[in-house]
Design a protein around this ligand. Structure first.
Ligand SMILES: [Zn+2]
Ligand SMILES: [Zn+2]
Length: 331
C-alpha cells in the first residue's frame, strides 16, 4: 500500500509498505479521509520523541476492509470512524472510566502506524460504525468533535452563561458549536481575524481579536474553555473569569508560564483539565446524524497524500483550519 512515512524529524515521504493484516480482535480499514491535526505537526517536528519511522495521522474514517477472528461489532464494507487512542482496560484508571489518561495508552499515528495510508489496522472496539445520513467529510470530524464534547461534559454551560472560548482553531470552533446547543452566550478570542470570521459564521455572539488594541473586561465570564495551548492561556483565563467561574483547559502548552494564584482563591474558581475523550464517540455520531450542528465549514481544504508534507509544513498558514487528506482509490 501507499503510506506517508515519517522517517526522521521533518522527513516525510510517500512510500510503498506492506498492507496491514488484522489479528484477533482487530480490523483493517481502507482509509477514505484523514484529518491533519496539530499533533501531526508536533510529531513531524520531533516534539513527541517517539521511535521512527511511523505513519502519522489519527483522525480517520473509512470502510472496513477485513476483520480478524472474534470481531463482531463491525463487518466488512461498513463505514467507520476511528477512535485513535487505545487504552489497556486493565489498570485502575481504565477501570474507573479514565481510559483517556491510561498510562499504557497506545496512540495511533504516534506510537503505531496511523491513518495517512491506504489501510490502517485498529482494535475493533475503536472502530465506530457511521450511521446513515452522515457524509464522509462530516464523519471525518468526529474525532476532534469528541475532544470538544468531552470538555463540555466535564464543564457544561448553562443557558445564558457567558462563555469565553480562547482560540478559534478546530477544537475552539467545535466547542463553540456545542456551547451554542446549550444556549450559552459565546465569545471567541483568537490572534487571527480569519479564524474569528469563521467563528462569527459558526454562531459566536461576539469575537475578540487578541492584540487588536482592546481588552476584554476582567472577571466577566462564567465559563472559559482554553483551547489555544498558549502558555499564557491559563493566566488570561483566570483574569477574565467571573467570581465562582469555571475554567476548562484543553490546550497543551509546551512551556511554563507564571500564574498568580491569588485570584483563583479570591474568586473561588474551578479549573479542570480535559484530555481527549472517554465514551463520547457514540453520542458525537448521534449528534452529527441529527443534523443539529454542521462542523463542515471547518474544512479548509482536501488534498492528496502527496501534498501532506507541505500541508504539515504550512500548518499555521492563516487561512488553514482543518485540512483533510483524501486517500487514493476512494470513490
Ligand atoms: Zn487530532
Ligand atoms: Zn489502562
Amino acid at each position: 500500500m501507499k503510506a506517508a512515512v515519517l522517517n526522521a524529524t521533518a522527513d516525510l515521504s510517500v512510500q510503498d509498505m506492506p498492507d496491514p493484516v488484522s489479528g484477533p480482535g482487530e480490523v483493517v480499514i481502507a482509509v477514505t479521509l484523514a484529518g491533519v491535526c496539530g499533533s501531526d505537526y508536533s510529531l513531524y517536528n520531533g516534539k513527541f520523541g517517539v521511535p521512527l519511522p511511523v505513519v502519522p495521522g489519527h483522525e480517520g474514517m473509512g470502510v472496513v476492509e477485513d476483520v480478524g477472528p472474534g470481531v463482531s461489532n463491525v463487518s466488512v464494507g461498513q463505514r467507520v470512524v476511528i477512535q485513535p487512542n487505545f487504552a489497556c482496560w486493565d489498570c485502575d484508571l481504565c477501570r474507573s472510566g479514565l481510559d483517556n489518561i491510561c498510562h499504557e495508552k497506545v496512540r495511533l499515528g504516534i506510537d503505531i502506524n496511523g491513518v495517512f495510508a491506504r489501510y490502517v489496522k485498529v482494535p475493533s472496539r475503536y472502530a465506530w460504525p457511521v450511521p446513515e445520513g452522515i457524509d464522509d467529510r462530516t464523519a471525518a470530524l468526529a474525532e476532534p468533535l469528541a475532544v470538544a464534547a468531552h470538555a463540555l461534559k466535564i464543564l457544561s454551560p448553562g443557558e445564558g452563561d457567558r462563555v469565553l472560548i480562547i482560540g478559534a482553531g478546530v477544537i475552539g470552533l467545535l466547542t463553540l458549536l456545542l456551547a451554542r446547543l446549550h444556549k450559552a452566550r459565546v465569545t471567541v478570542s483568537d490572534l487571527l481575524a480569519e479564524h474569528l470570521a469563521l467563528a462569527a459564521k459558526m454562531g459566536a455572539h461576539r469575537t475578540f481579536l487578541v492584540g487588536g488594541g482592546e481588552e476584554l473586561e476582567p472577571s466577566s465570564f462564567d465559563l472559559i474553555y482554553e483551547t489555544s495551548g498558549a502558555p499564557s492561556g491559563l493566566a488570561t483565563a483566570i483574569g477574565l473569569a467571573a467570581p465562582g467561574a469555571r475554567i476548562a483547559l484543553l490546550g497543551l502548552p509546551g512551556e511554563a508560564h507564571p500564574v498568580l494564584t491569588t485570584q483563583i482563591v479570591r474568586k473561588e474558581l474551578t479549573i479542570k483539565g480535559s484530555m481527549i475523550y472517554t465514551d463520547e464517540f457514540p453520542g458525537v455520531l448521534e449528534l452529527l446524524k441529527s443534523g443539529r450542528i454542521d462542523p463542515t465549514p471547518l474544512i479548509s481544504g482536501v488534498i492528496g497524500l502527496e501534498e501532506l508534507d507541505s500541508a504539515i509544513r504550512n500548518f499555521h498558514a492563516p487561512n488553514r483550519i482543518k485540512v483533510l487528506v483524501s486517500l487514493p482509490g476512494e470513490g
